[in-house]
Design a protein around this ligand. Structure first.
Ligand SMILES: [Mg+2]
Length: 285
C-alpha cells in the first residue's frame, strides 16, 4: 500500500466518523461501537470486497453482513461514501419516513440482511457462503461480530457447522473493542484466549490492529480462503476511537448529543480541541 493510498483510506475513515457524529444527535446512536469498527469497514469496502453500487445485485458479488447491527451508523456512513446511498439521506437517520434507522434494514441499498437481535448473522452468512460454493461462485462472505455478541450460543453453533462443512469462503471479523454495553467483556464473561477458542472449533484465526490501514492490508492481503477452514480475524479496536472525550468510556456507549456538542465533537475529530460533553447517556434498547 502506498502512502497516498493509506492517506486516502484514513481520510475516508475520518469522513465516515464525521457522518457517525452527525447521526448521534436527534435521538442518538451507539456511537462507541460505531467508531470502533469504522476503520475495518472502510478498509473492507475500499480494498477488499468485490461490491459496488453497480454490482449490488450481482449474483457473484461479495457479501458483508453486520451482525452487531447496533453500530449501523458506521455502515451507513460507508455506504454513503461509496455511493450506495446519498450522503444527504443520512440526515434522515431515525426519521420515520426512511429506513436509515437503529438497525440494518435490507430496504437500504447495500444492506444485505436485517440484524439487531444479536447472534444470528454468522449462521446467515454461513448459509450464503455455502449457497455460493454450491453454485460455483467466487463470492466471499464477511460477517462482522461484536465481542460481546460472542456470548450468544448461536455464534458457536454456526462455528461448529461452518467448520464441519469446510466453508472456507466465510470470514468472521470480531470487533474486539473489549466492551459489552457498559461493561468490559472480561469483567462479565471473559473471552480470552479468543483465537484459541476459534481454532478449537476448526477455524483459522488471526489478530490485526483494527485501526491501522497498513496492518489491515497485510492481514487481508494474506488471507487464504481455499484451506477447507473458515477464517476469523480478531480486530483489536478501541470503543469510541477518534474521539478522546468518549474513547474507552463505559458510560458513552450510547449517546444522544445536542447539535452544539456534535459540533464540538466534529472539531475534536479534526484534532482542533477536546469536546466538553454534558448530555446524559441513554441506556436504551
Ligand atoms: Mg464490544
Amino acid at each position: 500500500m502506498t502512502l497516498e493510498e493509506r492517506n486516502a483510506l484514513e481520510q475516508a475513515a475520518l469522513r465516515v466518523r464525521q457522518h457517525i457524529v452527525r447521526m448521534s444527535t436527534n435521538g442518538g446512536c451507539f456511537i462507541g461501537a460505531s467508531l470502533s469498527c469504522a476503520d475495518v469497514l472502510v478498509y473492507l469496502y475500499w480494498r477488499f470486497l468485490n461490491i459496488s453500487p453497480l454490482t449490488v445485485n450481482a449474483e457473484d458479488r461479495d457479501v458483508l453482513l453486520l451482525s452487531k447491527g447496533h453500530d449501523v451508523p458506521a455502515l451507513y456512513g460507508v455506504l454513503a461514501e461509496r455511493g450506495f446511498i446519498s450522503k444527504d439521506r443520512l440526515k434522515n437517520h431515525l426519521s420515520v419516513d426512511d429506513h436509515i434507522y437503529w438497525h440494518p434494514n435490507r430496504a437500504v441499498s447495500g444492506v444485505e440482511f436485517h440484524s439487531g437481535s444479536l447472534g444470528h448473522l454468522l449462521s446467515v452468512g454461513m448459509g450464503m457462503a455455502l449457497d455460493a460454493r454450491m453454485k460455483g461462485l467466487p463470492t466471499r462472505v464477511v460477517v462482522i461480530l461484536g465481542d460481546g455478541e460472542l456470548n450468544e450460543g448461536s455464534v458457536w453453533e454456526a462455528c461448529l457447522v461452518a467448520s464441519a462443512l469446510s466453508i472456507d469462503n466465510l470470514v468472521a471479523i470480531v470487533d474486539r473493542n473489549h466492551f459489552q454495553a457498559n461493561i468490559r467483556t472480561e469483567e462479565l464473561v471473559p473471552l480470552e484466549p479468543l483465537a484459541e477458542k476459534f481454532r478449537a472449533f476448526g477455524w483459522d484465526a488471526m489478530y490485526v490492529n483494527g485501526h491501522d490501514m497498513e496492518s489491515l492490508d497485510e492481514c487481508f492481503g494474506a488471507l487464504q480462503l481455499n484451506t477447507g477452514r473458515p477464517t476469523v480475524v480478531i480486530a483489536d479496536t478501541r470503543r469510541g476511537k477518534g474521539l478522546p472525550s468518549i474513547e474507552e468510556r463505559a458510560d458513552r456507549w450510547f449517546c444522544n448529543f445536542s447539535p452544539e456538542e456534535a459540533d464540538a465533537l466534529l472539531d475534536e475529530l479534526s484534532g482542533n480541541s477536546r469536546a466538553t460533553l454534558t448530555s446524559e447517556t441513554l441506556i436504551v434498547r
